[in-house]
Design a protein around this ligand. Structure first.
Ligand code: GDP
Ligand code: MN
Length: 378
């Protein structure tokens, strides 16, 4: 689960990591009131889970509480890559001398926590890594040993900070590492970590991703998760309830596959033939007919979906189970065309079941994608 900046900031505060003073608002009026309690100038920041907010007009400066109100009016309601802004963070503007980059990130292939630092913060880490790879220090932390003092020294050296800042830096790094471990994070990033004109280190932005599987042991995160679910639309909420991996997109072709890779490949093919996927939906391995039926019902009840493309490569998943699920979904919710491609375990049985209900199952996924795109254009 991705945390919003304000949620990440709350965790930073809990761990004693310095952040700008501020507050959360959902109306221009609230924003002004928050500004009145703070010292000018201010920054108004759209709370969205998408990176590159700054460039999209989601980070704005203001001199007075009145200006904060006006800027808030503009920012609330802008749409950043399809997501409407409904909350903003109003903070005291920091006098930044330098912007640094600092993060801990889970490295699955090395089975380590990687500690990344660069003196070139403010820009995306991908850009730093591509354009200034030499600036970035990446150190692998053995999770059993934890972060070591020498690693902090090495990062500190690369950041070119003056010696008297070492104790503060060390404190901040250890705190962030503790947060990362205790909250079961996949990523804990401060970008930028600001060096202020007064010579302080302040976390100006937060990006935290926690492992969904760990939520049960973090009551505060469970609370956040509950709030997220309340704000979802009906299809997303149902998918959550059914334990299906579903991501809403903005096209009109419903996609269902087994396995994230195959499902994404299916979406790629649809795009390749000029169609637009309405979603990503992975039923996982070994899905039963009930699960298939539930998954399909989500797509069939979505008013944006014109046609559904089912792409199944049977391994653990049995094609006959899938076929039974497809048939019963069609009987219960079926008003839309469904294009099916099945292949693999119990393929013949699956085909027979589908044929008996008047569905011709294809065996080429290219063919299936092409037909689905054609139907979506009618
Ligand atoms: P992002 O675009 O989503 O990464 O949003 P950030 O919070 O990282 O802000 C983007 C950029 O705006 C930063 O890299 C800074 O250059 C600038 N910025 C944000 N907050 C402040 C602030 O308090 N003071 C100053 N001087 N610049 C800021
Ligand atoms: Mn940032």
């Amino acid at each position: 689960m991705n945390l919003y900046e304000y949620e990440g900031v709350a965790l930073f505060q809990k761990y004693g990591i310095p952040v700008p003073r501020g507050g959360l608002a959902s109306s221009p009026d609230e924003a002004r009131k928050i500004a009145e309690r703070l010292n000018p100038p201010y920054v108004v920041k759209a709370q969205v889970l998408i990176g590159g907010r700054g460039k999209a007009g989601g980070v704005r400066f203001a001199e007075t509480p009145e200006e904060v109100e006006n800027v808030a009016e503009e920012v609330l309601g802008i749409v950043i890559r399809g997501v409407r802004v409904d909350k903003i963070l109003v903070v005291e503007k920091i006098k930044i001398m330098r912007e640094l980059y600092l993060s801990f990130v889970l490295n699955r292939s090395e089975k380590t926590v990687d500690f990344l630092a660069s003196p070139l913060g403010g820009v995306d880490i991908e850009d730093i890594a591509r354009e200034y790879p030499m600036s970035l220090v990446r150190q692998h932390i053995d999770p059993l040993l934890g972060i070591q003092e020498f690693m902090v020294r090495r990062a500190f050296k690369r950041l070119n900070l003056s010696g008297e800042l070492y104790r503060n830096f060390r404190e901040l790094v250890f705190s962030l590492y503790r947060l990362f471990v205790e909250y079961d994070c996949e990523l804990a990033e401060i970008n930028p970590l600001a060096l202020t004109r007064e010579g302080r280190l302040v976390a100006v932005d937060s990006k935290i991703i926690v492992d969904d599987n760990s939520l049960f042991r973090h009551p505060d995160l469970l609370e956040i998760k509950k709030r997220r679910i309340e704000n979802m639309d009906e299809v997303e909420r149902k998918a959550e309830e059914f334990g299906l991996s579903y991501v809403k997109l903005d096209g009109n072709i419903g996609i269902m596959g087994n396995g994230a890779g195959l499902t994404m490949a299916t979406m790629d093919l649809v795009s390749f033939y000029g169609g637009k996927p309405a979603n990503f939906l992975d039923i996982g391995g070994g899905a039963t007919r009930e699960r298939v039926e539930k998954a399909l019902s989500l797509l069939l009840m979505d008013p944006r979906v014109k046609v559904v493309l089912v792409n199944i490569l049977g391994g653990i998943t049995r094609c006959d189970e899938v076929a039974l699920g497809v048939v019963s979904a069609m009987e219960k919710y079926g008003t839309k065309p469904i294009v099916v491609r099945i292949m693999g375990t119990r393929e013949e049985e699956g085909r027979r079941i589908l044929e008996a209900s008047g569905v011709h199952a294809l065996d080429s996924m290219e063919e299936a994608a092409k037909i689905a795109v054609e139907i979506s254009r009618r």
